[in-house]
Design a protein around this ligand. Structure first.
Ligand code: HSE
Length: 309
C-alpha cells in the first residue's frame, strides 16, 4: 500500500461518571488524514487544512504519535501526511486524539498491520501527553476499538469494548471558545473525598451495567459526575442552563464532553435528540458566543479507511 486516507471521528470522553476512562466516538463528525509513503525516512507534515496547527512533526500530535510508532516498528521509508482538520482544537470532542490515533492507524495499515490495537493506543497517547501533560486514553481507545470503551488500565493497556444500546443518540453543543485540556485539568483537586469516590464508582459500574442491559433508565441515573463537573462547570458558558433544558426536553443526562467546552447529552432515539438539540441551541440564541451542534449515533467502527480522492 502506497497511500491511505482515513476518517478519524470526534469523540466524547469521561461521559460524566468515567473520568479519564470512559469514552465513545461519533459518526459523521471527524477529521481526515492522508498518508503517503516517501523515500525520505521520518515524518513530514505537508499540509494542515481547516485549523492552524504546527507542521513541525515534533510539535504536531500526529507527528509525535507516528514517531513513537516508528521507535517500536522502524521502517526503511518515510511518511508524508496531509491533515484535514474538521474538529476544532480545544473543543472537548477529541481533536488531538483524532489526529494522533488516525495517524498511527494509517501508518500501521501501510506497514501491513504490525502493531496491535493496544500498541496503537499507546503511541497515540504520546500525542495526548504532549497536549495535555498526561497520557490519557479515553478519547483514543474508542477511535481504535470503535464504539463505547472503558479503558481499565494504561499500563498495560486494557480496553473493554462496551455494547451500544441501539437507540442511543448523542447531542453535542460546542460553544465557540477554546479550552485547553491542560488548563481544564489545573482546576481539578488533587484529592477526592471518599464519599464522592464511592458515588462515582457506583455510577460508573451502573453505567456499564446499563449499556450491557440496554437499560436506558439505569444509564440515565448514572450520567452523574460528582468529581470533575463541579470544578469545571464555571469554565463553560451557560453550562447549568444547557443541562437543565436538555434534561427537561427528555435527555437521559447531560454533562461536559471531555475537558470542555463542548457539552453532550445522551438520548433514547432521534426524535428526542432533535428536541434536546433545539432547546440547547435556544440557550445561545442572541448570545455573543456562537455554537456548533451535532446529533450523532454512536460510531461502532472508530477510525476507518475511506476512498482516496
Ligand atoms: N479525560 C480528559 C479530561 C479528557 O477530562 O481532562 C481528555 O482526554
Amino acid at each position: 500500500m502506497e497511500k491511505i486516507r482515513v476518517f478519524c471521528p470526534a469523540s466524547v470522553a469521561n461521559v460524566s461518571c468515567g473520568f479519564d476512562v470512559l469514552g465513545f466516538c461519533l459518526k459523521e463528525v471527524g477529521d481526515e488524514i492522508i498518508i503517503r509513503k516517501s523515500k525520505q525516512k521520518g515524518v513530514k507534515i505537508i499540509s494542515v487544512e481547516g485549523h492552524r496547527l504546527p507542521s513541525d512533526p515534533r510539535k504536531n500530535v500526529a507527528g509525535i504519535a507516528i514517531n513513537s510508532f516508528l521507535n517500536k516498528y522502524p521502517s526503511n521509508f518515510g511518511f508524508e501526511i496531509e491533515i484535514i482538520k474538521r474538529i476544532k482544537p480545544g473543543s472537548g470532542i477529541g481533536s488531538s486524539a483524532a489526529s494522533s490515533a488516525g495517524a498511527v492507524f494509517g501508518v500501521n495499515k501501510i506497514l501491513g498491520d504490525p502493531a496491535t490495537k493496544d500498541d496503537l493506543i499507546k503511541f497515540a497517547m504520546e500525542g495526548e501527553k504532549f497536549v495535555s501533560g498526561k497520557a490519557i486514553p479515553d478519547n483514543v481507545s474508542p477511535l481504535i476499538y470503535g464504539g463505547f470503551t472503558l479503558t481499565r488500565s494504561i499500563d498495560p493497556i486494557d480496553v473493554i469494548k462496551l455494547p451500544i444500546p441501539n437507540e442511543l443518540v448523542a447531542v453535542i453543543i460546542h460553544p465557540q471558545i477554546e479550552i485547553k485540556t491542560l488548563h481544564s485539568r489545573e482546576v481539578l483537586k488533587e484529592n477526592v473525598p471518599m464519599e464522592l469516590a464511592i458515588k462515582q464508582s457506583a455510577n460508573l459500574a451502573g453505567m456499564v451495567s446499563g449499556l450491557y442491559k440496554n437499560d436506558y433508565d439505569l444509564i440515565s441515573k448514572c450520567l452523574v459526575d460528582e468529581i470533575v463537573e463541579p470544578h469545571r462547570s464555571s469554565l463553560i458558558p451557560e453550562f447549568y442552563k444547557l443541562k437543565d433544558v436538555a434534561n427537561k426536553a427528555g435527555a437521559l443526562g447531560c454533562g461536559i464532553s471531555g475537558s470542555g467546552p463542548s457539552v453532550f447529552a445522551l438520548t433514547k432515539g432521534n426524535e428526542i435528540a432533535k428536541r434536546v438539540a433545539d432547546e440547547m441551541k435556544k440557550v445561545f440564541k442572541n448570545h455573543d458566543i456562537g455554537i456548533q451542534c451535532y446529533i450523532s449515533k454512536i460510531n461502532p467502527n472508530g477510525i476507518k479507511i475511506i476512498p482516496s480522492k
